[in-house]
Write a protein that binds this ligand. Structure first.
Ligand SMILES: Nc1ncnc2c1ncn2[C@@H]1O[C@H](COP(=O)(O)OP(=O)(O)OP(=O)(O)O)[C@@H](O)[C@H]1O
Ligand SMILES: [Mg+2]
Length: 234
C-alpha cells in the first residue's frame, strides 16, 4: 500500500533522511521506533507532503505521490495525526470532527459518520458540544485521531499518540488501536512506548540518524532486548 524508496529529506541545509526504505502492506500495523531526533517525524511528514525538499519515491497504492500536494495525498486516502495535536480551539468537538470531512468525497453522510465515530470514541460522544480546547490532553489526542478517521483513510499515520498522556488513557488508546487493527485499518505508528507499540504491531522498523537500521517482525523485536537497548533507550 505504502512504499518508500530511497527517501532523502532536508531541512534547509541539514540532510535529515538519508535513503529511507520502508513499506506498509494493506491491513498491517507497522511501527517505527528510534531515539529522539532519529527522523521518525520527518519520515511521516515527508509521506504527507509537509517537508519542503525531498528526493526519492513515495508510492501509495501504486501512484508515485512524492510530488503531489498535501490535499491530493489526503484524497488518495492518507491521514496524519501529528505529534502536536492540531485540534481547533474555540470549535466544539463535533465541529472539529466535521473538519475531518473537508475534502472527503463522502460529505453527504456527515451525520452518520459523526455517529459512527462517536460510537468508537465514547469519551467524545459525551463531549460532542464541548469546546475542544477545554478537553484534557488525552481527550484532545483522541479527538485528533477521531478526526483523522472521519475521512475513512486507507492508511493512518500516528506520531507518538501516547505522549504526555496518563496511563489509563493510554490503555484506552491502545485498545482503540487494537480494534482499528481488527477492523483492517492500516496503521503506521511512531511510538516511544516501545513495548506497547511492538505488542500491537505486525512489523517494526528501527530508525537511527536518518536511516532504517533494522527491520523485523514486531514479535522478534519485542524479544530482542539488545536491539531495544541499543536503539530505543530514551
Ligand atoms: N523544521 C526543522 N528545521 C530544522 N531541523 C529540523 C526540523 N525539524 C526537525 N529537524 C531536525 O531533524 C532531525 C530529525 O527530527 P525528527 O523530528 O524527524 O526526529 P524524531 O525521530 O521524530 O524525534 P523525536 O523522537 O524527538 O520526535 C532532528 O535532528 C531535528 O533537530
Ligand atoms: Mg518525532
Amino acid at each position: 500500500m505504502l512504499k518508500i524508496e530511497q527517501l532523502n529529506a532536508w531541512y534547509g541545509r541539514s540532510h535529515i533522511l538519508q535513503g529511507v526504505n520502508l513499506k506498509v502492506e494493506a491491513g498491517e500495523v507497522v511501527c517505527m521506533i528510534g531515539r529522539n531526533g532519529a527522523g521518525k517525524t520527518t519520515t511521516l511528514r515527508s509521506v504527507m507532503g509537509l517537508v519542503g525538499r525531498i528526493d526519492g519515491q513515495v508510492l501509495f497504492d501504486g501512484h508515485d505521490i512524492s510530488k503531489e500536494p498535501v490535499h491530493r495525498r489526503f484524497a488518495y486516502g492518507l491521514a496524519y495525526v501529528p505529534e502536536e495535536r492540531r485540534i481547533v480551539p474555540g470549535l466544539s468537538v463535533q465541529e472539529n470532527l466535521r473538519l475531518g470531512l473537508v475534502g472527503s468525497t463522502n460529505r453527504t453522510r456527515e451525520a452518520e459518520m459523526i455517529d459512527r465515530i462517536a460510537e468508537t470514541f465514547p469519551r467524545l460522544r459525551e463531549r460532542l458540544s464541548q469546546s475542544a480546547d477545554t478537553m484534557s490532553g488525552g481527550e484532545q489526542q483522541m479527538l485528533a485521531i477521531a478526526r483523522a478517521m472521519v475521512s475513512e483513510p486507507k492508511l493512518i499515520m500516528l506520531d507518538e499518540p501516547s505522549e504526555g498522556i496518563m496511563p489509563v488513557l493510554i490503555d484506552e488508546m491502545f485498545e482503540l488501536f487494537n480494534r482499528m487493527k481488527a477492523d483492517g485499518i492500516t496503521i503506521l505508528l511512531v511510538e516511544q512506548n516501545v513495548e506497547r507499540a511492538l505488542s500491537l504491531a505486525d512489523r517494526a522498523y528501527i530508525m537511527d540518524q536518518g536511516l532504517i537500521v533494522h527491520e523485523d517482525t514486531a514479535a522478534a523485536l519485542l524479544a530482542d532486548t539488545e536491539i531495544q537497548e541499543r536503539y530505543c533507550a530514551v
